[in-house]
Design a protein around this ligand. Structure first.
Ligand code: HEC
Length: 132
């Protein structure tokens, strides 16, 4: 009897440790949750972009500057706005990460964001590109 109890307890423990094993913070946003710029988007820039983008392409994606550098700002290297709130397809930022190569090289240079990261950035723009 004691053996069974131990087995059940360790089963529960194992299950719990599975549930705790959640992905990176930016991948935790549920379909129903509103995207948060600081919680979901900036961490993608921190991990994939700021190594080159305190300055590359005249673009600073560090936490204190990225929002003001992107939203309703004309691109420095292309004819277009970096982020058009509510319209990802017209946003140079989105076309730079979606693999379309409409505006030169795909970002991050030499590789690609994950599909879920690309989808998060698209949703953030389409939901109005809020600074939240
Ligand atoms: C290895 C260095 C490197 C990394 C990493 C990188 N970039 Fe770039 N990025 C550049 C260079 C160089 C340019 C300028 C040439 C060009 O426009 O393709 C640029 C240009 C851009 C531009 C155009 C800016 C403008 O106003 O013309 C955007 C938007 C951009 N990057 C977004 C990103 C994003 C978002 C990430 C992370 C997901 C990223 N980049 C990661 C090197 C990098």
């Amino acid at each position: 009897m004691k053996k069974y109890l131990l087995l059940i307890l360790s089963g529960i423990f194992l299950l719990q440790s599975c549930y705790k094993d959640v992905g990176p913070i930016e991948e935790q946003a549920e379909e129903t949750q509103e995207i948060s710029y600081s919680r979901n988007i900036q961490p993608i820039f921190d991990q994939n972009c700021v190594s080159c983008h305190p300055s590359s392409g005249n673009l600073d994606l560090t936490a204190s500057n990225s929002y003001n550098e992107l939203v309703n700002v004309t691109a420095s290297g292309y004819q277009g706005i970096l982020v058009v709130p509510g319209d990802s397809e017209s946003s140079v930022l989105y076309k730079k990460i979606d693999g379309s190569n409409v505006y030169g090289s795909n970002m991050p240079l030499g590789r690609s964001l994950s599909a879920s990261q690309i989808a998060l950035i698209k949703r953030w723009i389409d939901e109005g590109a809020q600074n939240n």
